[in-house]
Ligand binder design. Structure first.
Ligand SMILES: C[S@@+](CC[C@H](N)C(=O)[O-])C[C@H]1O[C@@H](n2cnc3c(N)ncnc32)[C@H](O)[C@@H]1O
Length: 261
């Protein structure tokens, strides 16, 4: 399985763990119910997929979700997939191979046939705060790939600000205001970095300098934020072979969509 490019520099485990903890606090600035969202997914995995499970953490970033799956499901195996070399290096340094249960794969999900690099089948694929990066055709292709990787009866979960595009003007502006106030409250409590502040902290870590340059190159080509509705996700998932698509959790515009293969 392909791992991230080796720059020869080593990121200390303690520094990596601290940056991962800061990543979690930083994400909570923008996602008020982040832990509740993870718990909702895990609760249904727990009930619906008993025994030893194989899971993909899709667009894993530094591995917050992987870390929680490994701890909640002591027999689970996780494949953490992302294209950001900095976040993956950080996750690898902080979480290692999860005692032999965690593998990291660096791949760009915009590439046709991305799923062919992965040996399925998987019982579940979980993703958080990530699929809004993709255009509708890219998302359709990603879901087609997931349809091949997830076994019949397996689950897909997507937790994101999914209903953002569905709101009418009044509710949209109220939800934006609520999100802004949440952000201000968490930031004024002083215990969290902003997105920008967190990346500035990464910029001071010499072991990540080379990978940061590579990340910036990749990011320049991927600044298209998709405008897709929940109905779009549902239709694309059904086309990809998912029989049920259900909202299982919601807080303001933040929602978890579950699909059953
Ligand atoms: C906001 S982060 C969320 C990370 C993690 N899922 C979490 O909840 O903490 C979005 C992630 O999507 C990843 N991503 C964006 N475009 C991607 C692509 N084309 N291929 C693979 N990963 C991608 C980014 O690298 C980043 O790690």
């Amino acid at each position: 399985m392909t791992m991230t490019a080796d720059t020869g520099d080593r990121l200390a485990v303690t520094a990596a763990r601290s940056l991962l903890a800061r990543w979690d606090r930083q994400q909570e600035v923008y996602i008020a119910g982040r832990e509740g969202r993870f718990d909702a997914m895990f609760e249904l995995v727990d009930h619906g997929l008993p025994g030893k499970i194989r899971v993909i953490d899709l667009c894993c970033g530094p591995g917050s979700l992987s870390e929680r799956v490994l701890s909640r499901f002591p027999e689970a195996e996780v494949l953490a997939v992302d294209f950001d070399p900095v976040l993956m290096r950080l996750g690898q340094a902080a979480l290692g191979d999860g005692g032999g249960r965690l593998t990291w794969l660096e791949t760009d999900l915009r590439l046709p046939g991305w799923e062919e690099r992965i040996d399925g089948p998987f019982d579940a694929v979980l993703t958080t705060t990530a699929l809004h990066w993709f255009t509708p055709p890219q998302l359709t292709a990603i879901y087609q790939g997931l349809g091949k990787l997830i076994r019949p009866g397996g689950f897909f979960f997507n937790g994101d600000h999914l209903t953002e595009r569905d709101h009418q003007p009044v509710s949209r502006s109220l939800l934006r205001e609520a999100a802004k106030r949440h952000e201000e409250r968490v930031m004024s409590a002083g215990a969290a970095d902003s997105w920008k502040g967190w990346w500035e902290a990464i910029g001071t870590e010499p072991a990540l300098a080379e990978l940061l340059a590579l990340r910036n190159e990749r990011l320049e080509r991927s600044e298209t934020l998709a405008e897709v509705t929940v109905a779009f996700h549902e239709a694309a998932l059904r086309q990809a072979g998912f029989a049920e698509v259900t909202r299982i959790w919601q807080l303001m515009d933040d929602c978890v969509l579950m699909a059953v293969r």
